[in-house]
Design a protein around this ligand. Structure first.
Ligand SMILES: C[C@H](O)[C@H](O)[C@H]1CNC2=NC(N)=NC(=O)C2=N1
Length: 102
């Protein structure tokens, strides 16, 4: 589960993750929520998913915009865990009416 993905595997799976892009060894996205409480609810929902997965995002919070950075520190790059967490964050973002803007 924690083997590094090939470049092809990453780009093929990114096609199903609108708003996410690759920056070196990480997947990144900016997500704009309708307001600050919605942004914090999104962070809380993502925290629950991250705990379940034992896989944790780096998050920058600025008013209603959150920026996300996913990588697998233990493996030194991108694994399927990052792809899975990106999907879960996107689902939580949609539930809050937030917009992913890359
Ligand atoms: C010991 C523990 O399972 C590891 O440190 C987990 C915790 N959360 C993690 N989160 C992320 N993003 N990458 C990891 O390699 C990682 N490792």
């Amino acid at each position: 589960m924690s083997r590094l993905l090939t470049d092809d595997e990453v780009s093929r799976q990114l096609a199903d993750l609108p708003g996410w892009s690759r920056e070196g060894d990480a997947l990144v996205a900016g997500i704009e929520a309708p307001d600050f409480p919605a942004a914090i609810r999104l962070v809380t929902a993502a925290a629950d998913e991250a705990e379940q997965m034992n896989h944790h995002p780096d998050i920058d919070i600025r008013w209603r915009t959150t920026r996300w950075r996913l990588t697998t520190h233990d493996a030194g790059g991108l694994t399927q865990l990052d792809i899975e967490l990106a999907h879960r964050i996107s689902t939580a973002a949609r539930a809050e009416g937030a917009v992913l803007d890359g």
